[in-house]
Write a protein that binds this ligand. Structure first.
Ligand SMILES: *Cc1c(COP(=O)(O)O)cnc(C)c1O
Length: 236
């Protein structure tokens, strides 16, 4: 059974992605859409997968471990997009394909240790706090280069790009500078040709701002509400 509203929602997202690509002469194939499934049940996620979603984004380790086995029949790419505590790395190291939230040395150390243990190189994006918001995780722009150099000491981590979250804005046009800054940093790092770094993915843009993010160079966008509707959080 196809869930009508998810079907309609995905079509609408696709339309907007295509429009943003057209405006900036980009190709739709350059853009990877991650369905952000936090708080969404396995049944509903399955429907989105049947409608073509291949990339799943979660921000909590518990939700990944709870849903991973149930969705094992599908060929999925799993993204850890939220803040990652070092002591929980061991639960997801063999499950996720890309970690978007590498933001500190202690986490790098643990990722490297756990990846080595299962003899698998883990792909990660360095999270950058472009707007330097107190409430958000991520490195300051000016600290990213040193951080990447430090990561050369952790051979089981391959850096695949950057992840950025824009500040909340009533008018999404106001965060365009954040995406533009991120893209400039992305290109600057790319030129350095560091051995442990392949600048492939620029993860930015959510339901409210993904069109602007695409216009400014995002190639991984993370969309939850736009696909599944407003999230209902259970009372703790
Ligand atoms: C929840 C979340 C998203 C998706 O947000 P929506 O506004 O629902 O599209 C994207 N990225 C991160 C890191 C998130 O936690």
């Amino acid at each position: 059974m196809v869930n009508i509203s998810i079907n309609e929602n995905i079509k609408e997202i696709e339309r907007k992605i295509n429009e943003a690509c057209k405006r900036t002469n980009r190709s739709r194939e350059d853009i990877n859409l991650i369905a952000v499934t936090k708080t969404i049940s396995v049944d509903i996620i399955s429907e989105a997968i049947e409608l073509g979603m291949t990339d799943i984004g979660e921000n909590k380790v518990q939700e990944i471990t709870a849903k991973y086995d149930a969705l094992n029949d599908y060929d999925l790419t799993w993204h850890m997009i939220g803040h990652l505590q070092s002591n929980k790395v061991k639960y997801i190291i063999d499950k996720v394909d890309l970690i978007h939230s590498l933001d500190r040395k202690s986490l790098a150390k643990e990722l490297n240790k756990r990846a080595k243990k299962i003899d698998r190189v883990i792909n990660a994006l360095v999270q950058v706090n472009i707007a330097e918001e107190e409430s958000k995780f991520g490195l300051k722009k000016e600290d990213v280069m040193d951080f990447l150099k430090m990561l050369e000491g952790y051979p089981y981590i391959k850096v695949k790009g950057l992840m950025v979250m824009a500040p909340y804005a009533e008018e999404s046009e106001n965060v365009r500078y954040v995406f533009r800054d991120a893209k400039a940093l992305f290109e600057k790092i790319k030129k350095k040709e560091l051995s442990n770094v392949e600048m492939k993915y620029l993860s930015m843009g959510m339901t409210n701002d993904f069109e602007i993010a695409i216009e400014e160079g995002a190639n991984l966008i993370r969309v939850g509400t736009g696909i599944f509707g407003k999230r209902k959080y259970k009372e703790e």
